[in-house]
Design a protein around this ligand. Structure first.
Ligand code: CP3
Length: 342
């Protein structure tokens, strides 16, 4: 097993950590913008295996990252379950909402998603053929809570208010939605693995807005169920969990869910995460994405701080959240050179 990413996920402490970046195929890259224009729009790009493969490979060619992440989106799963999905330029995603029993009853069953998602599986198959031998392939899905927040509100929200409201007002319906998403996510990720994904990551971008027992029930428990079922179906499959902004909830999250690696956002210090989270196993993170915009000596210093904090245990170098469209591609190179060159 030579791929650096797989070695870190297996618990090995490496001299130089493997590197990849959330949203590494994205609008900060001119070659991405060109391919997206060729596809027409974002969703057409996601469902075009040839072009989705191309944009996944672009940051690998340019930077030689240690991992490629499938180009797709967490909202393709609700679409496969029957929700309408479109993207409003400059604003973000829009979906038909699920707020009543009637809305819920119209959703497809977990096992019925695969015809719609077949082009995504085809992209994974192409990537597993075309990637360099040293590059690991990561598949992904949104965690049930985060996906539910978009399905309930019909868009992204600052505080996930509509999802919290449904949870308070109609808990059985809310829990039925979480269960349907949990089952569909297991089937979706399982097909990605069969197509060639070597690692899977669960994005729980809004985990931080679940407090107390809600965090355990709707972030931790569904993640645990997905991981245990995936590991039964695919023994040895490494899994990264990202309960973003979980704060103290990061402590013990890997052990409680069975995740091989816990991805850390940049609202916590790397030193704190090393002491409290990395003590249990591999961590991923957590440079602030803003450095990819501002660059300079501050980028170098912050990168060195992350590397130094995590150097005594298994670590995958990444940002604390996705790179933004205003980032400078040269700053990404500076970050990589700093990680690899000291
Ligand atoms: O990381 C990667 O490069 C893989 C591809 C990927 C995308 N989205 C592509 C994308 C992944 C892993 C995601 C995950 C995703 N999508 C999350 C979880 C991670 C996070 O960022 O918190 C969420 C919440 C979404 C939903 C989503 N997709 C939103 C809210 C938006 C609009 C905001 C934005 O950045 O424009 C998207 C669009 C999206 N997904 C883009 C990309 C490259 C931009 C689309 C474009 O080209 O216009």
């Amino acid at each position: 097993m030579t791929k650096l990413l797989l070695r870190a996920l297996a618990g090995e402490t490496l001299d130089v950590p493997p590197i990849w970046m959330m949203r590494q195929a994205g609008r900060y890259l001119p070659e991405y913008r060109a391919t997206r224009a060729q596809a027409g729009d974002f969703l057409s790009l996601c469902f075009n295996p040839e072009l989705a493969t191309e944009v996944t490979l672009q940051p690998i060619r340019r930077y030689g990252f240690d991992a490629a992440i499938l180009f797709a989106d967490i909202l393709l799963l609700p679409q496969a379950l029957g929700a309408d999905l479109w993207f409003v330029t400059g604003e973000g995603p829009r979906l038909s909402t699920v707020t009543t029993q009637d809305d819920f009853d119209k959703l497809k069953q977990a096992g019925e998603i695969h015809d719609h998602l077949a082009p995504i599986y085809e992209t994974v198959r192409r990537l597993s053929r075309e990637l360099p031998a040293e590059t690991a392939l990561i598949g992904f899905a949104g965690a049930p809570w985060t996906v539910a927040t978009y399905m309930i509100a019909g868009k992204g929200t600052k505080d996930q208010g509509p999802a919290h409201a449904l949870k308070a007002e109609n808990r059985p319906l809310f829990e039925a939605l979480i269960d349907r998403l949990t089952e569909a996510t297991i089937d979706y990720l399982s097909k990605q693995v069969e197509a060639g994904a070597e690692v899977v990551k669960l994005f729980d971008s809004w985990a931080g807005s679940l407090k107390g027992e809600d965090f355990n029930r709707y972030a931790l428990a569904p993640t645990q169920r997905i991981i245990s079922e995936l590991k039964t179906r695919h023994p040895g499959l490494p899994i990264i969990a990202f309960p973003r902004e979980a704060g103290a909830g990061y402590i013990g999250f890997g052990k409680a869910t069975g995740a091989d690696c816990v991805a850390i956002d940049n609202s916590v210090s790397p030193r704190w995460a090393a002491e409290n989270v990395q003590k249990d196993g591999c961590v991923q993170g957590n440079l602030a994405p803003g450095h990819m915009v501002t660059g300079g000596q501050a980028l170098v210093d912050a990168t060195r701080e992350v590397v130094a904090a995590f150097k005594n245990g298994p670590h995958i170098f990444n940002l604390g959240h996705g790179i933004t469209p205003d980032a400078d591609p040269e700053n990404v190179q500076l970050m990589i050179d700093t990680v690899r060159g000291g």
